[in-house]
Design a protein around this ligand. Structure first.
Ligand SMILES: [Ca+2]
Ligand SMILES: [Ca+2]
Ligand SMILES: [Ca+2]
Ligand SMILES: [Ca+2]
Length: 264
């Protein structure tokens, strides 16, 4: 049943667009997913299941709220994407340091030009960078054909670029210089403050104090559940979920729910 639930949620999110186009709906002709993901009704509707109780629905939303409360201060605010950005960047820098420390072949905590030359000529070079990890062929015979020089660039070790961080020109990258190199990694440009789930939760900041409390979010969540649970028995039926889909355009289509959760 749990597996079915996951399947339905995933399939519903993927199929909402298709089915929305296949069947007439009162609101729109097609769902613009880039806008839909910012609509709380979309986020809530794709997880609806026949038999889901009010408590189960609330628990799902509580989990989403807690995941967004990255700094665990009990509210969702701009401090949370800021904290997420810091953690993400720290992880990225740690990955870069792990990479460059792989070239410290004599293990003295300093990367010299000789270290780099030795490392890039060795069999481990293709195994270092993220590309090398993802694309297995780099560790295979093709990698030998490419050669260590180009491999050095592929895995992010352009020796001249790396040694450009030797600020005092002693031919060695000490810890502060290695950290500077880690900081200089390419910015993937991820803006956590634009994450749809964060923006949806912030939309429930009714008193406009810059923070959404669980009480504020829960009030909106309960209002939505009540709008779907039209017979007010605390449990969602297939018919109620389908009626919600007809009203909002969002949620698992009835045929999908019937296929994955046969009526008992
Ligand atoms: Ca927080
Ligand atoms: Ca060294
Ligand atoms: Ca608030
Ligand atoms: Ca009901």
């Amino acid at each position: 049943m749990k597996r079915c639930a996951c399947l339905i949620a995933a399939a519903a999110a993927a199929l909402t667009c298709c089915t929305a186009q296949a069947q007439p709906r009162p609101r729109t002709d097609a769902i613009d997913l880039s806008r839909a993901v910012l609509d709380p009704r979309f986020m809530f509707s794709v997880t609806l299941l026949p038999g889901m109780t009010r408590d189960q629905f609330l628990q799902k939303r509580r989990t989403e709220f807690d995941e967004m409360d990255v700094n665990h201060d009990g509210v969702v605010s701009s401090a949370d994407p800021a904290a997420e950005t810091e953690i993400f960047n720290a992880t990225r820098r740690a990955g870069r340091l792990r990479q460059i420390l792989s070239a410290d072949v004599d293990g003295d905590g300093v990367v010299t030009r000789e270290d780099l030359e030795t490392f890039l000529a060795g069999p481990q070079a293709p195994l270092v960078g993220p590309i090398g990890q993802v694309v297995g062929f780099l560790a295979g015979p093709q990698a030998r054909i490419v050669g260590p020089g180009l491999l050095g660039q592929i895995v992010g070790f352009d020796r001249d670029e790396v040694m450009g961080f030797d600020r005092n020109g002693d031919g060695r990258l000490d810890w502060s210089e290695l950290v500077a190199w880690a900081h200089a990694g390419p910015d993937p440009g991820i803006n956590f403050a634009m994450a749809p789930r964060y923006l949806v939760i912030m939309a429930f900041n009714d008193d406009h104090d810059g923070k959404t409390t669980w009480a504020e979010f829960r009030a909106g969540v309960e209002k939505f559940f009540q709008s779907v649970d039209t017979d007010n028995d605390g449990t969602l039926s297939l018919e109620e979920i389908e009626a919600n889909r007809q009203r909002t355009g969002y949620g698992p289509p009835a045929e999908l729910m019937r296929a994955l959760v046969p009526p008992r």
